[in-house]
Design a protein around this ligand. Structure first.
Ligand SMILES: [Zn+2]
Length: 69
């Protein structure tokens, strides 16, 4: 069992540091006009197991909840 970040009392993950190597930017040219509103946004994974979490301008993960086990 791997070490997972702590969670707040209301169930949110306290970790805000993306897992290195998981950050990816959405390129609308590859996904088509349907996803153009996502263009330029970045997503990354968290050690809690959650993936595709939005990343802020400061490279912090947005607030999220760990996956249910
Ligand atoms: Zn997390």
């Amino acid at each position: 069992m791997s070490v997972k970040p702590a969670t707040t009392p209301d169930g949110y993950c306290t970790n805000t540091a993306p897992v290195p190597g998981t950050i990816r930017a959405v390129n609308a040219k590859n996904t088509g006009p349907k996803y153009f509103h996502l263009h330029g946004r970045s997503y990354a994974g968290c050690p809690c197991g959650r993936t595709s979490i939005g990343v802020t301008e400061r490279d912090n993960l947005r607030r999220h909840k760990p996956p249910q086990e």
